[in-house]
Design a protein around this ligand. Structure first.
Ligand code: RET
Length: 278
């Protein structure tokens, strides 16, 4: 157990029942499968948009690919890290250790993309778009890296976990302020018919991004199989909400917006009867 504590991940301390182990595999598999599948959806949507909005679903497709690969890695790590000992799935099989730290590495890529999607969807003018994106990305990345450092304390170094958790939360609050600024600009810049969308996206952003700090703090409730598996579930719900469903919401917003701004996709893009190709 002392060696396992050094790995900085509670997964390496806790034996799982067969049910818990399989549930963990299932959660990770469904997550990466969903992300990969939606690459296709986002690429298809991009065909139906006014050119200035096409980057929005394309960025979602990039996020799907990046998160899908990262989650597939978490899945294979999970499978490699446990061995059935006749009664339980014991951790650290063949010296393999599990870690959620790769998730944080992946967020370094996906969080800046997710944040930049907002001002592009809201059609903010170029200099404003660049300035606002940068002002969100800086606290976003600092939030992730301080959290990455702190999460290694989850095996019992509570001062490391909590001090860096608080520092990370300060950056999160700064990020929330910047996002609010972009939302306000988005409300002002949206056609009246869809001006409610940025407001709703704001609440959606708070509710879904707020799940990650809960997952971060969860090991303090105890080192049990239910916490280990429950945390993977929470991470997965958060991942699917902040990336996949968020991408669908933004795609639908820019679809509406394209139409309101007078853009008509080429006939064959909307044609489901096959008539255009005859
Ligand atoms: C950490 C550390 C503890 C304090 C806070 C955190 C916030 C994390 C967030 C992550 C969002 C990730 C997303 C990923 C999508 O790919 C780092 C857990 C506040 C908000 C949206």
């Amino acid at each position: 157990a002392e060696v396992a504590e050094l790995t900085g991940s509670i997964e390496n301390l806790v034996p799982l029942t067969a049910g818990q182990y399989t549930t963990g595999s299932l959660i990770l598999m469904v997550s990466y499968g969903a992300h990969f599948a939606f690459i296709l959806y986002f690429l298809m949507v991009s065909q139906q948009l006014a050119p200035r909005y096409r980057l929005v679903p394309i960025m979602s497709a990039l996020v799907m690919a990046s998160a899908g690969l990262s989650l597939m890695r978490e899945f294979s790590l999970w499978e490699a890290s446990y061995a059935f000992d006749g009664a339980m799935y014991a951790p650290m099989a063949d010296g393999n250790t599990f870690t959620n730290a790769f998730r944080y590495g992946n967020w370094t890529i996906t969080v800046p993309i997710l944040l930049t999607q907002l001002p592009i969807a809201f059609a903010l003018a170029r200099p404003e778009l660049h300035k606002r994106s940068l002002r969100m990305i800086i606290p976003g990345v600092l939030m992730i890296w301080t959290g990455l450092y702190g999460q290694f304390g989850e095996t019992g170094d509570w001062s490391r976990l909590n001090i860096w958790g608080v520092i990370s939360t300060v950056f999160f609050v700064w990020l929330i302020v910047e996002v609010r600024g972009v939302i306000t600009a988005g409300i002002a810049n949206s056609p009246a018919e869809i001006a409610a969308w940025p407001k709703n996206i704001w609440w959606y952003f708070l509710a879904t991004w707020g799940l990650y700090p809960i997952a971060y703090a969860l090991p303090q409730l105890g080192f049990t199989g239910d916490i280990v598996v429950g945390r993977q579930l929470l991470f997965s719900i958060a991942d699917i909400s902040t990336k996949l469903v968020f991408g669908i919401i933004l795609s639908r917003y820019v679809l509406r917006r394209s139409a309101l701004e007078g853009y008509a996709p080429a006939a064959e893009a909307l044609d489901t009867t096959g008539a255009a190709s005859k």
